[in-house]
Design a protein around this ligand. Structure first.
Ligand SMILES: NC(=O)c1ccc[n+]([C@@H]2O[C@H](COP(=O)([O-])OP(=O)(O)OC[C@H]3O[C@@H](n4cnc5c(N)ncnc54)[C@H](OP(=O)(O)O)[C@@H]3O)[C@@H](O)[C@H]2O)c1
Length: 369
């Protein structure tokens, strides 16, 4: 390029840069959003609907009209206080939600307006490989902003495409419970056809574990406090069922169902009270996924338990975006539909929390927006 043409070109480029819009398309105005809010006496926490400015996507971000969100074990206790807003944490509830892209910021090539997307747990900060240091503050629904809002914005890297056969309600259940069950069984557990799988209760993670294990040709044994839920699990393909409330020594029944062989996989979601019993169900070469603490996070694994069984245990936090996309391929390939127990309307979010905390559900509880 000659000096003369450089002189002509440089101002033109400057103008082009200045004129490049930071938003390629977006909706503006106001919208409704649920927020965790301190109760009048300041001691507790409750949900309050707010009318707020619709957020615009910054460069690299998408603007998503949320259509459904779902509740998870991690949302328990958030209304007990201290209120997340008071604790300096994000005030918008829920980590899992699905919706439609309605705006894209400059530079976004991953999605376009009209795409159906579901958010990733770590909001685009964990793409592949091991969990990077420093991503925990970005978890949606605490400490990061949640999804119980008519519109959200966020890095385009923090969303994945919804499997085509799923509704928004179904897709909203995938982010936490789905990815966690998938990662525990396949990535860390190496699930194979015929393997015995122990699933504790019929909540989100376990119900996904049931669907995945059945689809993979494995033999899931699932526990529950409810015979009706166990009957449903059998219809869905469970190999064996045990009522843990009527049968406090449920691990013995699990062992019996495996003909004494023991299970090859455990999705350990109960924690302190269930871990000691689950450890007694392990077969040779078993893998136990340390996931949750519905009875309290904690418990320990004696050296001899793993040593005697050539077994292994992995603690982990949901998974990467690539794990999510791999799960979606599995879900699409097997035409899996998540178990949605009940769908509440956006206006009825507090009732959805009450219903969920009451525990009378199987699979997932969803809020439609
Ligand atoms: N590490 C991670 O990445 C990760 C990811 C997801 C979840 N989690 C944690 O894992 C746990 C489960 O999460 P979730 O979303 O699946 O919960 P959820 O959907 O709320 O599960 C509730 C169900 O768990 C069952 N349950 C409760 N106490 C039980 C017990 N003592 N024994 C057996 N089952 C019991 C009950 O099933 P029945 O009604 O059938 O009795 C209950 O309905 C939570 O602690 C959550 O925070 C961790």
């Amino acid at each position: 390029m000659s000096n003369r043409s450089l002189q002509l070109w440089a101002p033109a480029m400057m103008a082009a840069v200045l004129l490049t819009p930071t938003i390629l398309a977006a909706q503006t105005g106001t919208m409704r959003q649920w927020q965790y809010t301190p109760t009048a006496d300041g001691a507790g926490c409750e949900l309050a609907m707010r009318q707020v400015q619709t957020p615009a996507p910054a460069p690299g971000e998408v603007q998503v009209r949320m259509r459904a969100a779902s509740l998870n074990g991690r949302d328990r206790g958030r209304l007990d206080g201290p209120c997340p807003a008071v604790a300096g944490s994000a005030s918008i509830p829920l980590s899992d939600g699905a919706g439609e892209v309605i705006g894209v910021g400059a530079g976004v090539t991953r999605f376009q307006v009209g795409d159906r997307v579901v958010g990733t747990f770590f909001a685009g900060t964990w793409i592949d490989g091991d969990r990077p240091e420093g991503v925990m503050p970005f978890r949606r629904g605490g400490p990061g902003d949640g999804v119980l809002s008519e519109v959200i914005v966020g890095s385009a890297e923090g969303f994945v495409t919804i499997p085509a056969h799923l509704s928004y309600e179904e897709a909203s259940t995938l982010t936490t419970a789905g990815v966690t069950a998938f990662v525990g069984l396949f990535k860390y557990g190496g699930l194979l056809p015929g393997d015995f799988v122990l699933l504790e209760g019929t909540g989100g993670v376990s119900s996904f574990g049931l669907l995945f294990a059945v689809a993979a040709g494995a033999r899931p044994i699932i526990t529950s406090s409810s015979d009706a839920k166990l009957a449903r699990a059998t219809e869905l393909g469970a190999f064996g069922t045990v009522n843990y409330r009527r049968n406090p020594e449920w691990h013995e029944e699990v062992l019996r169902l495996t003909n004494g062989q023991g299970v090859k996989h455990v999705l350990e979601i109960g924690g302190r009270s269930t871990l000691p019993l689950a450890l007694q169900t392990l077969g040779i070469g078993a893998h136990i996924s340390l996931i949750g603490g519905l009875t309290g996070f904690g418990g320990s694994i004696p050296f001899g338990v793993l040593f005697d069984k050539d077994a292994s245990a992995t603690g982990f936090h949901v998974g990467s975006r690539n794990d999510f996309e791999e799960m979606n391929r599995f879900i699409s390939g097997h035409r899996i539909r998540p178990i949605v127990d009940r769908v509440f309307e956006f206006d009825d979010a507090p009732e959805a929390f009450d219903f969920y905390l009451n525990g009378d559900f199987m699979g997932k509880v969803v809020i439609r927006l």
